[in-house]
Design a protein around this ligand. Structure first.
Ligand SMILES: [Zn+2]
Length: 394
């Protein structure tokens, strides 16, 4: 009898704990500052109004994951898709978001002002905002920065992996410094930051080199974000931020939004990937080719299978992702960290975080680590809302 009672209380307390996590997650405002579904799906004609089987995101799954606010990344790489160039790429992508929102007026709202963000949250709609990833999209033209703002842009990442003529990227500063005329922001670059402050466009410092990061922090009069970056101290890769940078963001009143990509969460994952993509790949592929009588299509299939199996072995856990949040909280407090998943922009995610329905697991993990409700609400969205308000209240 004693054991039956114990079992009963155990089950009852587990389910009430699950209920309270659910309630907390539902009540909190969940903000994700980075999702690439526009460039990876919507532009190709995939309609995410209904549940999709490909990719990480759609309106049905966002609802299940309890997401309230999504910054949609307007992204183009260093090679423009459109023959007219980067700016037209941005225009086409913004247009694709506007059409998605207009097809789904009951479940989405495109917000450009803070009051619209709050209204959309109250109405239970997915509040959608535009974040432009890569300063190359303004094509060295302040007028195009203003035009993108008029189209609804609310953050701009100063660089993607490619540097602009006015800002150096993390990739170039670390891997290809000889390609740079100068590190950091030029006078025009500082002018861009000042103009963004004036226009109410948040300065996003993900992807930027350290020198650009510090130049921008010294120039901006408003709090910044890092829309999708993780912690260098745990996973030392060029895209992650060092402790001194985290302290500088805290001093600025900004937020670092954790990127979920396995290669930015786990050092082991990144190292294994480096090994498999190095000279090992060439010799392994050569062996596979010989073993399969020179059939390159069988070789490629077998290589992909091998690669997938090997990388699966080092895929990080959800706990390893939450370690990044812990690190920032321990270093500077709970006001400067948020969520910037990079869903639909990455090829591997931690175990348990496979798509946008899984956000509640982060809440559950934070609860089990003893975080207070207030603290969890800040991490899930209130910190980013604070930065949004400071940049574009009006
Ligand atoms: Zn990115």
């Amino acid at each position: 009898m004693k054991y039956i009672l114990f079992f009963f209380f155990f089950v009852a307390s587990t389910s009430s704990k699950a209920q309270s996590v659910k309630k907390l997650h539902r009540k909190a405002t969940l903000v994700d500052t980075h999702n690439d579904v526009l460039s990876s799906g919507v532009l190709d004609g995939i309609d995410i109004s209904n549940r999709t089987t490909e990719g990480h995101s759609d309106l049905v799954r966002w609802k299940e994951g309890g997401l309230d606010v999504q910054f949609f990344s307007v992204f183009t790489s260093e090679k423009a898709r459109n023959k007219e160039g980067f700016f037209q790429d941005a225009v086409a992508e913004i247009d694709s978001l506007q059409r998605l929102v207009s097809r789904n007026p009951k479940s989405m709202i495109l917000a450009t002002h803070y009051s619209e963000v709050k209204k959309g949250i109250r109405q239970g709609k997915l509040v959608s905002l535009i974040g432009v990833e890569g300063g190359h999209m303004i094509e060295d033209d302040m007028g195009k920065l203003v035009q993108l703002r008029k189209m609804g842009m609310r953050y701009m990442t100063l660089t993607w992996n490619n540097s602009t003529t006015w800002a150096s990227s993390a990739k170039d500063e670390t891997e290809n410094p000889a390609s740079l005329k100068q590190k950091g922001l030029t006078d025009f670059g500082k002018g861009v930051v000042k103009m963004m402050n004036e226009l109410g466009v948040i300065v996003d410092l993900s992807h930027t080199g350290e020198q650009t990061f510090y130049d921008a922090i010294a120039t901006t009069t408003k709090p910044v974000i890092l829309s999708h970056s993780s912690v260098w101290n745990i996973c030392p890769v060029f895209r992650n931020v060092k402790d001194e940078q985290i302290k500088a963001v805290a001093k600025n009143g900004g937020v670092i939004c954790i990127n979920f990509y396995s290669g930015f969460i786990s050092k082991e994952f990144d190292q294994r990937q480096g090994q498999l993509n190095g000279t090992f790949r060439d010799s392994m592929q050569q062996n596979l080719l010989q073993a399969n009588n020179g059939d390159s299509s069988i070789m490629r299939t077998k290589w992909r299978e091998y690669y997938r199996t090997e990388m699966e072995k080092v895929r990080p856990t959800l706990g390893q992702l939450v370690d990044h949040i812990d690190h920032i909280v321990k270093l500077v407090g709970d006001d400067y960290v948020g969520i910037g998943s990079d869903y639909d922009g990455v090829g591997s995610l931690p175990i348990g975080l496979e798509d946008v329905t899984t956000y509640p697991k982060i809440t559950e993990e934070l609860v089990s680590r003893g975080y207070s409700k207030k603290s969890i609400k800040k991490i899930l969205g209130d910190n980013v809302l604070r930065v949004m308000k400071a940049n574009f209240e009006k």
